[in-house]
Write a protein that binds this ligand. Structure first.
Ligand SMILES: CC(C)(COP(=O)(O)OP(=O)(O)OC[C@H]1O[C@@H](n2cnc3c(N)ncnc32)[C@H](O)[C@@H]1OP(=O)(O)O)[C@@H](O)C(=O)NCCC(=O)NCCS
Length: 159
């Protein structure tokens, strides 16, 4: 089996990052077509490309990639967040999105990406990670098996 390498993303990854993100995003229609209705593939990709490019320049955000023989096969996007100062644990990391190429799933790639994030944020004193996932996402066990557990429910109301 090919070796997987993990590293911070750079500008030359932006096209591949965008494609991987779009692969995940476009499949989310199936969960809720109204909630995930988007502005079209081309515009989504353009915005995503710029968004990721900006994140690469932000100190409070991070993108790590997994590569196999120099091909990008996984990504994770995370941000330092500050909770209200009433909490003992105020600085946390939010995993915004994680995607692994379907051909590379169930081989520990996400676990490796998450470890990259954790290693970085632990150095900054962060003790907790959080993320959102569709309640019926069939890949939710990946989060549970890497230590996440349900803490809150997100609710929406349409007008
Ligand atoms: C979620 C996702 C990133 C996980 O990536 P992955 O590289 O396959 O995950 P890993 O191989 O590191 O899995 C970690 C653990 O979870 C398990 N696991 C992963 N996917 C699973 C699934 N669908 N069902 C059951 N267990 C699963 C693995 O077997 C592994 O368990 P182990 O350590 O006990 O062996 C990947 O499935 C994916 O890209 N899904 C589509 C995108 C998506 O919906 N992302 C969430 C929205 S942000």
């Amino acid at each position: 089996m090919e070796e997987i390498e993990y590293r911070p993303a750079c500008d030359s990854d932006l096209s591949a990052l965008t494609e991987l993100w779009w692969h995940m995003q476009s499949s989310h229609d199936a969960y809720d077509p109204k909630f995930y209705k988007n502005i079209g593939a081309e515009k989504c990709r353009d915005l995503c490309y710029s968004y990721f490019k900006d994140l690469l320049r932000k100190e409070d955000s991070m993108i790590y990639v997994a590569t196999s023989a120099s091909t990008l096969v996984g990504m994770i996007v995370a941000h330092f967040r500050t909770r209200p100062p009433v909490y003992d644990v105020s600085r946390v990391v939010e995993v915004e999105v994680a995607v692994v190429d379907p051909n590379y799933r169930r081989r520990g790639v996400f676990r490796g990406l998450l470890t990259s994030v954790e290693n970085k944020v632990k150095l900054a004193g962060v003790e907790m990670a959080e993320l959102m996932v569709e309640h019926d996402n069939p890949d939710k066990p990946a989060y549970e098996k890497t230590g996440f557990s349900l803490r809150q429910d997100k609710m929406v109301k349409w007008f």
